[in-house]
Design a protein around this ligand. Structure first.
Ligand code: NAG
Ligand code: NAG
Ligand code: NAG
Length: 436
């Protein structure tokens, strides 16, 4: 038989009963116990999220940069690269055959740095390519300095991997200008922009590849990067849309609001309020429905609700990962961009007209002004390993946060599968197979 609970009304309350002696009763009351339990489980969940799940997500509330820059997958790739380069240095006749003419001309500029990453860049770019993938690209490496022989890699044996390597090929007047720029760091933005256009033009003039890439010299390529790039290029061609570049590197750090995926993250204030309100409402409803529940749920319903809904909300925005070709109109950094040949001369003109600046911002501005679409391969195919020597301990670094978590074994299998899928897609041999 259910015992009916008598609810004290205000008149019936005997205030004399509230003495210090009843303090213990309050402490052990369900309301306080629930609050304490909520507090500890909430703190436990926060700790777990911060240390085990979401710590790599730079936008999340749980970001923890203590180990975010430790090399994981990149270290694995550096080992692949070292083995591959040792082999290549012995093998003097490794120049590639371009059966159909290259599909992608890749310009790389290198300068002497405090830490030299060029061997890793070239090594990871070439290691594990299939011969067909290798044949689809032409790599032009320029030592962008008036004294290229000062570069530690200037006469390395493995340079015979690339199709061209050497210093600037410029007129004496241009060389004079470059020397002036090199002499003082204040010209760095002028030289940066000029070098970028030099690489674009070098590929444009010396190669007939329909796609032109510019890569920096302090990056690491993931296995399968070339097959994914070719696949994305084939998809872009199918879409017949005007596009400015295909991005192989981006950092989650600089991602702004993406309407499609980040709705709740962007409006987290509203979402938080709604979550807390809904939970509190449900609890109050329950309390209204049944006397038994009524005794259990005290006035802390809304606090409890708020705590738990706030835990769900800071779940980071980039935890929804895409794969493959993705439109990405607002992203950062020029570590690895692929342009269609048809855009290259206009980009060069735009950059040279403005003379100086940060090349990545200038390219974004150019695209924004003309309203041209930009794309990326998701997840990143390139890591900016050079950030380790240039970062200043800030959260806003040019780093691919997920790259280090890649599984080398899985990527290898995926690469083999894609390479087996057929012949490399080439725009020249029309009528033949389109897909990789
Ligand atoms: C690149 O060269 C440096 C210095 O010689 C060496 O320590 C490093 O292991 C090399 N990296 C690769 C990937 O070969
Ligand atoms: C490269 O050649 C040298 C000397 O001929 C030899 O000692 C070395 O083992 C070779 N390395 C590889 C990776 O084949
Ligand atoms: C340098 O440029 C000139 C003129 O554009 C060209 O004829 C020559 O072949 C280039 N040299 C190299 C090594 O590319």
């Amino acid at each position: 038989m259910v015992k009916r609970v008598r609810i004290p009304t205000l008149e019936r309350l005997d205030t004399s009963r509230f003495k210090l002696a009843s303090f213990r009763n309050i402490l052990l009351s369900p309301a306080v116990l629930i609050l304490v339990a909520t507090y500890f489980s909430y703190q436990g969940a926060l700790w777990y999220f911060r240390n085990h799940i979401f710590w790599r997500e730079p936008h999340g509330e749980f970001f923890n940069d203590e180990h975010v820059y430790d090399l994981g997958y990149s270290r694995e790739r550096q080992r692949d690269a070292a083995d591959f380069l040792a082999q290549a240095a012995n093998d003097s006749a490794s120049s590639p055959t371009h059966a159909y003419g290259p599909l992608l001309c890749a310009g790389i500029a290198t300068v002497k740095r405090r830490t030299d990453y060029l061997n890793g860049t070239i090594g990871t770019m070439f290691a594990t390519l299939t011969p067909e993938e290798r044949g689809a690209m032409e790599v032009r490496l320029t030592f962008v300095s008036a004294h290229p022989e000062d570069h530690p890699d200037w006469d390395q044996g493995w340079l015979n991997l690339v199709d061209f390597h050497g210093g600037y090929n410029v007129t004496e007047t241009e060389m004079e200008q470059l020397r002036t720029w090199e002499a003082d760091d204040k010209w760095i933005q002028w030289k940066g922009v000029w070098d970028y256009t030099y690489l674009l033009l070098d590929c444009y003039e010396r190669s007939n590849a329909p796609y032109i890439a510019v890569f920096e010299d302090d990056i690491i390529f993931a296995e399968g990067w070339m097959s994914k790039t070719l696949k994305a290029l084939a998809e872009l061609r199918e879409m017949s849309i005007e596009w400015l570049y295909l991005r192989l590197f981006y950092t989650e750090t600089f991602h702004v609001f993406w309407k499609k995926r980040d709705f709740f993250h962007h409006y987290r204030g509203v979402a938080h309020g709604t979550g807390a309100g809904a939970t509190a409402f449900m609890l109050l409803l329950l309390r209204g429905c049944s006397r038994t529940v009524q005794r259990r749920i005290y006035n802390d319903a809304s606090t409890t609700g708020r705590c738990w809904s706030s835990l769900a909300l800071p779940v980071p925005k980039h935890s929804l990962k895409g794969t493959g070709l993705t439109r990405m109109d607002a992203a950062c950094c020029t570590q690895a961009l692929v342009f269609p040949r048809s855009q290259v001369l206009d980009v060069i003109d735009y950059l040279l007209e403005r003379e100086r600046g940060q090349t990545d911002l200038m390219i974004e501005k150019y695209a924004d002004e003309l309203g041209i679409a930009r794309f990326a391969v998701e997840p990143q195919q390139v890591q900016h390993v050079g950030v380790k020597s240039s970062r200043g301990g800030s959260k806003k670094t040019v780093w691919a946060h997920l790259f280090e978590t890649y599984n080398g074994e899985a990527l290898r299998e995926e690469h083999v599968r894609m390479a087996k899928g057929g012949r490399t897609w080439r725009p020249q041999d029309d009528g033949l197979s389109d897909v990789l």
